[in-house]
Design a protein around this ligand. Structure first.
Ligand code: OSB
Ligand code: MG
Length: 376
């Protein structure tokens, strides 16, 4: 069923969201999340929201809040405002024309339009994406702590909270002994993984092999994003499967990484790949090759989280995602109802509610707003 929509207006807002728990990865620390929200309105006056997941600093990738705001205001907004789309899959090609990079900026715009189409057709975003899972398995990503004892205690608390997979951030000097302490505290039955955010090189090969003894589900992005062949070389020496995150920004890169043995698993973050259409393409390519997916996280507000929940309902998302409930991140989220996890570690996918399945709390947005731009 096709419902043509014409985008009439786009408003960009930055809001500030203090994190409940400081989050440290190998390349930097996040404590006050700056979030970039995109509101689109069509000719019928129907509005929907998207979130651009860029951070304050260019440590995870080159994009930041500022570069994304410039990209949207100057190049991406003008490519969609006043245009008619028959299908949300037409949006990313329009955004790509003449614009390299800026994946998170593109994704923020694209996802807002998916949400708008779902809203207008009165179907859930999960239905529109082809989702089949009624509830999704929840994992938690734990930031680097000051000591092995601290990460072990934090991980134990997460298991008690119901999380179905524990992921530990690691970096050189805070790896083997930290993982050993966590594994000892949790026991062998808990699904445990690590994420290096590109902090190692092939010179660390012997050191990384020491992680093999802990029965990890995976090691995520040990090497630099561009090091596809080096990941393949490392994979030959590790028992622990390698999962790629930063390296994969489009379906072609996913296919290449799988083909050369660089990745046995692929984490999909819509923000990293230009949105939901490309996420589905990576999902389909992974499934066709027998490679499991899971949905990554970027410390999203409840808006970006709605996109992740809907995406993670697709069939090949067979491992728990980094999609924790609102309260793990925020004192008060920007949506209601907030995203909640049950005691068994599942989040329900809101198939029975149209669009994102949550309402945006305008009072909360206005209270946290730093600036607002109407894109021309
Ligand atoms: O690599 O998955 C990552 C957070 C910031 C930057 C990179 C990553 C992460 C996470 C957070 O792991 C996951 C979450 O949103 O809970
Ligand atoms: Mg990662």
């Amino acid at each position: 069923m096709s419902t043509p929509i014409r985008i009439r207006r786009m408003i960009l807002r930055e809001i500030r969201m203090p994190l409940v728990e400081v989050f440290t990865i190998s390349s930097g620390t996040e404590s006050d999340r700056r979030a970039l929200l995109i509101e689109v309105t069509d000719d019928d006056g129907v509005s929907a929201w998207g979130e651009c997941v860029a951070f304050d600093q260019p440590n995870y990738s080159a994009e930041t809040i500022e570069t994304a705001a410039i990209a949207i205001e100057r190049w991406l907004g003008p490519r969609v405002i006043g245009r008619t789309f028959e299908d949300p899959r037409e949006v990313l090609p329009a955004l790509r024309r003449g614009v390299e990079g800026h994946f998170m900026a593109k994704a923020g715009v694209e996802m807002a339009i998916w949400a708008l189409v779902a809203e207008k057709r009165r179907v859930s975003l999960a239905t529109l994406l082809g989702g089949v899972r009624k509830r999704i398995e929840v994992g938690i990503s734990l930031g680097i702590q000051d000591s092995p004892e601290a990460i072990a205690a934090r991980a134990e608390r997460a298991v008690a909270d119901g999380y179905r997979r524990i992921k530990l951030k690691i970096k050189p000097g805070k790896d083997v002994e930290y993982v050993r302490a966590a594994r000892r505290a949790l026991g062998d039955h808990v699904k445990l993984s690590v994420d290096a955010n590109a902090a190692y090189t092939l010179a660390d090969m012997d050191h990384l092999q020491k992680l093999d003894e802990f029965g990890l589900l995976m090691i995520e992005q040990p090497l630099r994003a561009g090091d596809i062949l080096r990941h393949a070389a490392l994979a030959k020496r590790l028992r622990t499967p390698i999962c790629l995150d930063e390296s994969i920004t489009c379906v072609d890169e996913a296919e290449d990484a799988i083909a050369c043995g660089a990745a046995r698993l692929i984490n999909i973050k819509p923000g990293r790949v230009g949105g939901l259409a490309e996420s589905i393409a990576i999902h389909d390519a992974s499934r066709a090759r027998g490679v499991p997916n899971w949905c990554g996280g970027m410390l999203e507000t409840g808006i970006g989280r709605a996109m992740n929940v809907a995406l993670a309902s697709l069939e090949n998302f067979s491992l728990p995602g980094d999609i924790s409930p609102s309260a793990r991140y925020w004192q008060k989220d920007v949506v209601f109802p907030e995203w909640t996890m049950d005691a068994n570690g599942f989040i329900d996918v809101p198939f029975d509610r149209p669009g994102l399945g949550v309402a945006v709390d305008m009072d909360r947005i206005d209270a946290g707003a730093v600036w607002r731009i109407v894109v021309k």
